[in-house]
Design a protein around this ligand. Sequence first.
Ligand code: SF4
Ligand code: SF4
Length: 164
Amino acid sequence: MIALEEARGLLAEVTPLKTDCGRVCGGICCRSMEGEETGMLLFPGEEDFYEDLDGWRMLPAGRDLLLICPGECAREDRPLSCRMFPLMPVLREDGSVAVRTDERSRAVCPLAKQGKRGMDPAFVQAVREAGERLIRESAQRAFLRRRAEEQEELKRLRKALTGD
Ligand code: SF4
Ligand code: SF4
């Protein structure tokens, strides 16, 4: 839990751009498609922040929990996945942390194409440091390992479908 709080703290203020990137795209990553709800996976232990918050719900998602948000949120309530989006820390096989563009962002986020090069270096560094703190705890390390496997699968699918 300490690592989680540190990670959330590291990403409490920094954002992908020095200005509000939601102005670039109209905040598309917070909008649900018609008939769908916006959800993001919670890091282990993060559910404690949402249990008593009105308008937020959690659903089981395999070994994890999916948080359904109200579609807008105060910065201090933002889950870690959203604080890091469109980047994410990925656990390499050698145990170190890499910062990658989240495969799921490629379809929605205008910043995803350029990736880290187009973002505020302080944001990229904060995602890296958050990942390095998280991997010190076994539950967080296992969570990041599951995410890394998902990212590889999504990458394989993207290459198979687009050759890109
Ligand atoms: S989709 Fe990308 S550019 Fe738009 S608000 Fe989300 S992170 Fe920012
Ligand atoms: S939790 Fe906040 S930042 Fe994340 S999708 Fe919902 S409204 Fe957007």
